[in-house]
Design a protein. Structure first.
Length: 228
């Protein structure tokens, strides 16, 4: 059966929807690249922190200058918060982000020998690092299964009937239940790429893109999203 042609069961279960999503995204993005440029866990951690409410493209434009100035925790603690803030200003939220970068760099040097720990709980104690940022670092830097949920994933998971969308915490829990653990690290990137390319906030309302139309061929109304 070619599920892309609308011959799919109109009453798909969540398990069936998840299976199709995984199959289709594996076909579209077999080897999804990490969108943030980095060279090691530390530069990835900083790049992810900077990506909050900022595009990956903009972050990748800013980080070369920042890392040329200080590409290690030891070097970063020698840079003033004011200088960091000036460099990262185009990323937005620079007062908060600069303090976070300075603070976590100091903690890495003083408490962890300058090495980013592969420990979710410890990462979440760093200033400017929340659960999503820690999850990205764990999955992309250390290969530990995690399912970071950003706005793209939260939106698509609702449109595809994989979560009720009450919160990003609920969305993460539902997605981890829906998909095999071995798929999480690639899948979270695949969903992001699909959302940007085909199922953006404005480009699709739950009735336009291939995935939405295949999973819900009889859907006529836009999906009312629950924001995190």
């Amino acid at each position: 059966m070619d599920m892309r042609q609308g011959s799919i069961n109109l009453l798909m279960t969540k398990k069936e929807r998840a299976s199709y999503v995984l199959q289709r995204l594996d076909a579209l993005y077999p080897n999804p690249p990490i969108p943030l440029d980095h060279t090691d866990p530390y530069t990835l951690l900083i790049a992810v922190l900077l990506s909050a409410q900022c595009t990956d493209v903009r972050v990748n434009q800013i980080t070369p200058k920042l890392f040329a100035r200080a590409g290690t925790p030891e070097a970063m603690v020698q840079v003033s918060v004011e200088e960091i803030r000036e460099i990262i200003r185009p990323c937005g939220l620079s007062p908060m982000k600069s303090k976070g970068i300075a603070g976590l760099s100091r903690m890495l040097v003083e408490d962890h020998g300058g090495v980013v720990p592969a420990d979710m709980a410890i990462l979440e104690t760093f200033p400017g690092v929340g659960h999503k940022t820690a999850s990205v670092v764990m999955s992309q830097a250390f290969g530990v299964p995690a399912f970071p949920v950003d706005t793209h994933i939260h939106r698509l998971a609702q449109r595809w009937g994989l979560t009720n969308g009450k919160s990003v915490v609920q969305t993460e829990r539902d997605l981890k239940r829906a998909f095999p653990e071995k798929s999480w690290n690639a899948l979270h990137l695949q969903i992001i790429y699909y959302g940007r390319e085909y199922c953006s906030a404005r480009g699709c309302d739950g009735t336009v893109c291939e995935m939405c139309r295949t999973l819900y061929p009889q859907r006529k109304r836009a999906v009312k999203l629950k924001k995190p």
